[in-house]
Design a protein around this ligand. Sequence first.
Ligand SMILES: Cc1cc2nc3c(=O)[nH]c(=O)nc-3n(C[C@H](O)[C@H](O)[C@H](O)COP(=O)(O)OP(=O)(O)OC[C@H]3O[C@@H](n4cnc5c(N)ncnc54)[C@H](O)[C@@H]3O)c2cc1C
Length: 546
Amino acid sequence: MNAPIPTYDYLVVGAGTAGCVLAGRLSEDSQTTVCIFEAGGRDNHPFIHVPSMVGPAIATPRLNWRFQTVPQEHLNQRCIPQPRGRVLGGSGSINGMVYSRGNPLDYDDWARDGATGWDYASVLPYFVRSENNEDYPASTYHGRGGPINVRRPGRPNRLNFAFIHSLEAMGFPPATDFAGPNPEGVGLRQGLIRRGRRVTTAGTYLHPAISRGNVDLKTDARVLKILVADGRAYGLLYECNGIQAEVHARKEIILSAGALQSPQLLLLSGIGPANELQAAGIQPVYELPNVGRNLHDHLACPVLMSSKNSTSYGISARALPRNIANFFEYLIRRSGPLASNVFESVAFLKTAPGLDRPDVQFVFQPAMRPSPKFPLPVGHGHAISPVVLYPKSRGKVTLAGPDPHAAPLIDPALLSAPEDIEPMIRAIKLARRILASDEFKPYEATEIAPGVNIQNDLEIDHFIRSTAYTVHHQVGTCRMGSDAESVVDTSLKLRGVDGVRIADASVIPSVVGGNTNAVAIMIAEKAADLIRNKPLLPAASLSSAN
Ligand SMILES: Cc1cc2nc3c(=O)[nH]c(=O)nc-3n(C[C@H](O)[C@H](O)[C@H](O)COP(=O)(O)OP(=O)(O)OC[C@H]3O[C@@H](n4cnc5c(N)ncnc54)[C@H](O)[C@@H]3O)c2cc1C
């Protein structure tokens, strides 16, 4: 006799940043049952938890899907690495831990373009609900007591102050709060760190939920297909230890497999552009032309300095005694440089007149960039990586074929919009001015990239195309909107097939002017209320905000 097929109220695909939030919130009702599937394993690897080990965490094969783009036509045909977390906590378990929400105007743009109910005043309470901010009191903009601990670096490297003071001397404003009403300017930035350890949604939402007893977690369990009959999704086919099994949903299936793999799973299930599905050997189930379209990401290109002075973080003979002391400080007190994610200061700046918000993020790193061969900085130096915040280029995620184990074809079409290179050229010139300022003189640094031979705009253009990479803020492939062309509606329901919602970075209509982890958390927080039919949190009253 066949065993009955396990059935839960909710099935969540992907225990990444967003999926863990969903499992945590949906299981708050003890009568509700949830099963969450994660293709990766448990989050017990030590590199995940020590903030300064972010490079080694990304470099650990079993924690990372290690995707690549297809050759990028406008980047000298280079394939750009696309790391994604493959472990509980998802990309949030290997990311840079930077806390950033983007610009308030970004969400008002979402709403104007059709994502009704996702304007800044409406989403702000969900950022606040998720947050425990160590640096700011509870207010309209900040939470105390939420699951996600954020804080400024405890003992930032001195080089950060050269960066901050040089920009201030050039007339750029100091930023008091990057998650406040106006995130423009320069200053120390906050990270998802608590008592010297990385904060993930796996640790703060999922693990506590599992102890409630109504959440089943399946690790090393890859979902292969959404099962659909008569226009409704009723279950999933998944694979664990080489064995395939079915599981059914009483209420809903929630896709949180991320911006590359939520569309991949829809396509594998026959939901997408019919002609492409047929070409890939998949029988179409429902024609939804924009699944996988609108892929975009942030491009970065660093200005790198090598320094004779050993102030920066890094491995060297001169820094050995200090590094040994830092190691023991971390072991004993969980503080010091090993408790830092290295991204300790930032500037959000307008690089041209007339802009209504900053168009570039200058990520400052008081360290050399690790090489592909060794994931920790060797020697001393510092870098500014300008990140262009509002790219116009749009690409797509498609299938290589019908095999659910194959990597998706990822084509963000970087720099396909010719105007996307202009802010990067302006930003590289500005970064060079900052690094040549008096504040950096004591560090006796010389530029190693772009290098003195690269000066005019054409040379900088070539340099960008031969060295730029992305900062892993892929979004947009299951775009949310009110128009019929969007993939999900503003309640995150999949168009055309009942019983499925999508809640992860794939639904973001256009990338925010910041980083995307906190945005994925906010989306999942709001999705949880939509799914369990709870009244939404009241929109923030911004006119009287404190
Ligand atoms: C290296 C790196 C650095 C970054 N740095 C920062 C930063 O400092 N700050 C910031 O704000 N953002 C950063 N980001 C971006 C941020 O982490 C992501 O935007 C965010 O984690 C996206 O969340 P998500 O839930 O959409 O996807 P993810 O967190 O990627 O979760 C998707 C999960 O689904 C699982 N999965 C996929 N397919 C299947 C399947 N078929 N079956 C079962 N499970 C599946 C995956 O293994 C993964 O665990 C970074 C990202 C990376 C990769």
